[in-house]
Design a protein around this ligand. Sequence first.
Ligand code: ATP
Ligand code: MG
Length: 370
Amino acid sequence: MDTMASPAPAALEVAGIHKNFETFSALRDVNLCVAPGEMLCFLGPSGCGKTTLLRIIAGLEVQTGGRIVQNGRDISWLPPEQRDYGIVFQSYALFPNLTVADNVGYGLVNGKLRKPEIRARVQELLQLVGLPESGGKYPSQLSGGQQQRVALARALAARPGLLLLDEPLSALDALERVRLRDEIRQLQKQVGITAIMVTHDQEEALSMADRIVVMNHGQIEQVGTPMDIYERPATPFVADFVGKVNVLHGQALGGKRFRVGSMEIECPSCDGHFERGQGVSLYLRPEDRLAQHLPADTPHRLDALVTRVEFLGGLCIAEVTSEALDGQRLGLQFSLNQMHDLGLCEGRRIDIALRAQRIRVFASPSQARP
Ligand SMILES: Nc1ncnc2c1ncn2[C@@H]1O[C@H](COP(=O)(O)OP(=O)(O)OP(=O)(O)O)[C@@H](O)[C@H]1O
Ligand SMILES: [Mg+2]
């Protein structure tokens, strides 16, 4: 488990948080540090505790144990209204009977600002989220994406120190989701606000986060940059959950060497220790193959049969099997151009090599094959 603190002083610290719902343990010993201006994504499958953790940070849920410290202030037991954050939910949660401008300015009316200042701030925020003309409209007159922009403007209105977002994009259609995720990220950087976003969409997390917190069953599996998480997953769960991956079953031969079928594979980036003969799982990403102009001495080379081609647009997945791997299947990624160049189609044999330096090795949960 990697829960190392980031080097900058923390904008938010989550220390030893756990949460029980009666006998059910929803969060266990969660520790995190968020750096100022950082965008953190909580990523994990449904029910893993993402929302519960966010709600505890917001004071909307009370932790069973542990502490939340924001900029050095212990806020663990403060009610939500005494904490310093803005929040956006999945459902737009705007007041339907208030105009867009009144929604955005809602949190400002009882503050220190006078009416003209509130008006100016609201206009500034609407400009910021690309809706400068929509102040007089009502939420029902806006699209889902526009409503979410208004919710974002409302969350930022009082210049909070922390922006919390719980699946803000998941109610939107695919195109709007991508557009708004770019906008949110840009805006977050522009404003310089520390942000935590919950998502179960790996692509969203990979594209938006400075660091991703991968959660599973109420615990943190790994914290790291998107590249770390994708290239150096710390656990089989992370490797499986983030990105596509092939799992080859084999045995340890000692050192960094492994056997899969009749093939010996040297995995230089393997950092675990495995007993000789121990069952292992080798995790290989679909893009980690060589297929064109292979020199004769290319290591980890094999002859494979294409059993299926999945056309996905600019990228395709070719499913292949090879006797050398004991018939274990691999899904390999090719660009459409490569697919044409190689004449990839069902029934075709191809000459490929595994990029073994990219393989991650984990102990096999089950016994290795004979
Ligand atoms: N008020 C509650 N009472 C009892 N159990 C709860 C309560 N709130 C959440 N849980 C349980 O805690 C676990 C974590 O829930 P949570 O909503 O945090 O998951 P999540 O990761 O946000 O999932 P999703 O992606 O589906 O939103 C779930 O098993 C859920 O059923
Ligand atoms: Mg949730």
